[in-house]
Design a protein around this ligand. Structure first.
Ligand code: DGT
Ligand code: CA
Ligand code: CA
Length: 475
């Protein structure tokens, strides 16, 4: 059952793709693409929103029909429209759209005229020179397709870190609850916080006696659709969303060495291992050894110490000079939570946040923040209970009182005001004048032409009270 917004978004994207191949009404296609974006970027999980009695039609671009489809997906795991489209078109056709240079029009022609339904068939048709004969294709296009397929084959789909996090966190929670499990850590590129991850590498500490039981539970996780391999202390699976997950169960004493190994990057590991060899040591995922005696491996710091280095944070482990920098004591300081002095964008439960103004202020104080800007939505965003002028006035009074009471943090009076389609702001100047800063944001009419959209935003930015533009890429 789709638990995540990303799953619902993927279904809408696929519907849009298939409708496009069927030459459906462009407005209908666009509605599904918009819905995919809106749902995919929503900060709250849709199933929770529904549980709480939220009204989906208050989301921009979501009417009764799309709201009903979202409910259907959440409750049944299916969308009957997509199921129907799949009976009308071969499911593998969607995959053809992922080849650079192939839009729905070309995919449609390939499917109708050459009966090309899969990437393999496309490859064959290109190699046989059958594609060049199609109207609107030609030899050059055929060559481009051939090249793109070959490049595509070597490049598996990667997930954005934030998307992967939705799946990783849920799985981490599931694994942590299994009896006998001591610790669960997601390693690999995920822990190095790369922008995208190819798969998840999960390291799990459990006593050897519990290991096979843990692997068994992992392979029966309800999001697993395929088990690629499973052994006594390891398994690889594919989740419904397409993400591969590799699991390794290790003993406590090897945790540091295993974490170091599976965090990577591979290039960093190889460089560290070479260093170890130079001083007669051997490093593997079980520990650091001199002859056959283990001398380190319980923690990552012990692994680095064994090769004479200070701890190197995962984000730097790419073999891009971090080892030399560590040796010279010149590792850069990463920005940590404690370095943050404030936050210029928060909501409270007055709109779509979860906590009261006072709770947010106290949390800011506990985080060591010196300032916190309260940026509720404005009235136009009805689904998020956006504030009207009177409600904002009242919140400002409340902020004044809290500022007088609390020491060490200053609450800034602000608003995440909607930028209307014409570039005007959603609240009158008389109200905005009282604020310390004004954050402007676009939450609707994403389909304006490039020129109109630019004009709209520039107009808003020229407003005398405008301070900051929020989330420029969309909602
Ligand atoms: P990804 O999944 O493509 O986003 O990138 P990674 O870095 O997560 O790579 P992955 O999943 O293939 O492997 C996870 C870690 O395991 C990797 O960061 C380092 C380690 N590893 C994998 N293969 C090798 C290898 O051949 N030698 C060494 N030293 N380490 C390896
Ligand atoms: Ca990985
Ligand atoms: Ca992996």
């Amino acid at each position: 059952m789709p638990k995540h917004n990303a799953d619902i978004a993927a279904i809408f994207e696929e519907i849009a793709d298939l409708l496009e191949i069927q030459s459906a009404n462009p407005f209908r296609i666009r509605a599904y693409r918009n819905a995919a974006r809106i749902v995919g970027e929503l900060s709250q999980e849709v199933p929770r929103l529904l549980e709480q009695g939220g009204d989906l039609t208050e989301l921009p671009g979501i009417g009764d029909d799309l709201a009903a489809k979202i409910k259907e997906i959440v409750s049944s795991g299916h969308c009957s429209l997509l199921d129907r489209l799949h009976t009308e078109l071969p499911p593998a056709v969607t995959g053809l759209l992922k080849i650079p240079g192939l839009g729905p029009k070309r995919v449609k022609a390939l499917y109708h005229d050459l009966d090309v339904q899969t990437i393999e068939q496309l490859h064959r048709a290109a190699r046989d020179g059958r594609i060049r004969a199609l109207p609107g294709f030609g030899e050059k296009t055929e060559n481009n397709i051939l090249q793109a397929i070959e490049a595509h084959a070597n490049q598996a789909q990667r997930f954005k870190l934030a998307m992967a996090a939705q799946y990783a966190e849920a799985l981490e929670k599931f694994l942590t609850a299994i009896p006998g499990v001591v610790r669960v850590t997601v390693a690999g590129s995920y822990r190095r916080m790369r922008e995208t991850v190819g798969d998840l590498d999960i390291l799990l500490v459990a006593p050897a006696t519990a290991s096979s039981q843990v692997v068994q539970r992992f392979t029966t996780y309800d999001e697993v659709v395929e088990i690629l391999s499973a052994g006594p202390a390891r398994a690889s699976v594919i989740l419904k969303c397409g993400l591969q997950v590799d699991l390794r169960v290790v003993k406590e004493e090897s945790y540091g060495a295993a974490l170091h190994y599976f965090t990577g990057s591979k290039a960093h590991n190889i460089a560290i291992r070479r260093l170890a060899q130079q001083s007669g040591l051997k490093i593997n995922e079980y520990g650091v050894f001199r002859n056959d005696t283990r001398i380190a491996g319980e923690t990552e710091a012990s692994v680095y110490a064994a090769v004479g280095l200070p701890y190197i944070p995962p984000e730097l482990r790419e073999n891009r000079g971090e080892i030399a920098a560590a040796r010279a004591g010149r590792l850069p300081c990463l920005v940590e939570q404690g370095d943050l002095r404030g936050d210029l964008h928060v909501h409270t439960k007055a709109t779509d946040g979860h906590n009261s103004l006072r709770e947010m202020a106290l949390a800011g104080l506990a985080n060591g923040f010196e300032y916190l800007a309260i940026t509720e939505h404005s009235r136009r965003l009805a689904f998020a209970h956006g504030l009207n002028p009177l409600q904002l006035e009242r919140q400002c009074d409340e902020i004044d009182q809290l500022n007088a009471e609390l020491k060490g943090i200053t609450l800034l009076k602000s608003i995440e005001v909607d930028i209307l389609e014409d570039g005007n702001l959603d609240l009158p100047d008389s109200v905005l004048a009282r604020l310390d800063m004004v954050v402007g944001a676009v939450h609707s009419s994403f389909n304006l032409s490039r020129a109109k959209q630019t004009q709209r935003i520039l107009r808003a930015m020229q407003h005398p009270y405008f301070t900051l533009l929020a989330h420029p890429p969309g909602a």
